[in-house]
Design a protein around this ligand. Structure first.
Ligand code: FES
Length: 272
């Protein structure tokens, strides 16, 4: 059976068909009766769930099952034979073994405990010695692969939309260098957001690389919209700190007049 190339559409169809997996999507902490509270965030799951989350880099997802926990939900990711990326709850509908301990066979993921094979929508497909027609399905999560990442939507299927994916234009632009990696951070995720939104720490924590005193001196502009908070700081006519000087070496400064020819961008910027 071919897997859907558009998992969002497939998931939405599943809802339209009356299958939501609602009784099976919160094994980690909540009982089915609490599903409604979990989907909007409860004490056990304080994360916004109706949003796209980076689940993995594109290279991490292969035909070997990959286990990840996103917003407290255990998920398994894999690439079926027919292409795309599938995300299911990491819980076998038969006896609850993690599907991530199994293996991918064609367009199914096979549980490593008793061999139940689930298709890309999480529906039981076959199992040795068993009729699987009345087995419940594992929850299927909407997935998008873009900007070098696999994104997953842990919340309501009906609200999942590719339009809500936050744009990362620099990931696709030749004008930008772009990279990243996986870091384990032993703290509340909100402290990480705080760290990245308040860059006044650069002056002190990163004094020898990307910090400079002008960061303290330039006023910050903060814009709040229903979906975003953007902080920005403009520093004109300053010398770039060591890391940025190194990164700018040999690059053409956008403000550099053409008369400067091939002059080093860092020195040209300093002179402006
Ligand atoms: S627990 Fe998965 S097949 Fe039995």
């Amino acid at each position: 059976m071919a897997c859907p190339t558009d998992t969002i559409a497939a998931s939405t169809r599943a809802v339209a068909n009356g299958w939501t997996g609602a009784g099976y999507d919160h094994r980690h902490a909540c009982r089915p009766a609490q599903v409604a509270c979990c989907r909007s965030g409860c004490a056990a799951h304080p994360w916004p769930v109706n949003a796209w989350y980076v689940a993995a880099t594109a290279a991490e997802v292969t035909d070997k099952p990959l286990a990840r926990q996103i917003t407290g939900r255990r998920m398994v990711f894999f690439r079926p034979e027919s292409g795309g990326v599938v995300a299911l709850e990491d819980f076998c509908p038969h006896r609850g073994a993690p599907l991530s301990l199994g293996f991918v066979r064609g367009d199914t993921i096979v549980c490593g405990y008793h061999g139940l094979a689930l298709n890309c929508k999480g529906r039981p497909d076959n199992m040795p010695g068993q009729q699987v027609g009345k087995f419940p399905a594992a929850r299927n999560f909407p997935v998008i692969e873009r900007y070098g990442f696999v994104w997953v939507w842990p919340g309501d299927l009906e609200q999942a939309s590719a339009d809500k994916l936050h744009p990362l234009p620099w990931a696709e632009s030749g004008e930008w260098a772009y990279g990243g990696g996986l870091f384990h951070i032993a703290c509340d995720y909100r402290l990480m957001i705080d760290n990245l939104m308040d860059l006044t720490h650069e002056t002190y924590v990163h004094a020898s690389s990307i910090g400079q005193k002008e960061i303290d001196e330039a006023p910050v502009k903060t814009e709040v919209t229903p979906d975003e908070v953007v902080t920005s700081r403009t520093m004109d006519g300053v010398t770039a700190p060591p890391f940025w000087r190194m990164a700018l070496r040999g690059r053409v400064c956008p403000k550099m007049p053409s008369s400067t020819g091939g002059r080093n961008a860092a020195s040209a910027c300093r002179a402006m």
